[in-house]
Design a protein. Structure first.
Length: 95
């Protein structure tokens, strides 16, 4: 009897997040809106930001756009970490 060998190929498609937030914290003075937020958003998916009034939903969006600095943590858009030098270009590319 003849032995049949089969090859199984596993194809893994590595989709990088379009937005990656790591250990982000936002505070106004002594009031911390949120801290240590980790978030990854992937292209083709739909997301919703939900929370009580004053918990930082709008501040998070403003931080992603570079209008409010993070107290700590980092935000990467399409693999590029946001900073003062590249925020304008990142806004143009993301629209």
């Amino acid at each position: 009897m003849k032995s049949v060998k089969r090859l199984i190929f596993v194809i893994t498609i590595m989709i990088k997040p379009i937005l990656h937030i790591q250990r982000a914290s936002i505070a106004y003075g002594e009031k911390t809106l949120f801290s240590d937020l980790d978030l990854e958003l992937y292209p083709g998916s739909m997301y919703c930001i939900v929370g009580d009034s004053g918990q930082g939903k709008t501040s998070l969006l403003k931080s992603i756009l570079g209008f409010i600095p993070l107290k700590k943590g980092s935000i990467c858009v399409q693999g590029v970490q946001l900073n003062k030098a590249n925020i304008l270009q990142t806004r143009r590319c993301s629209s």
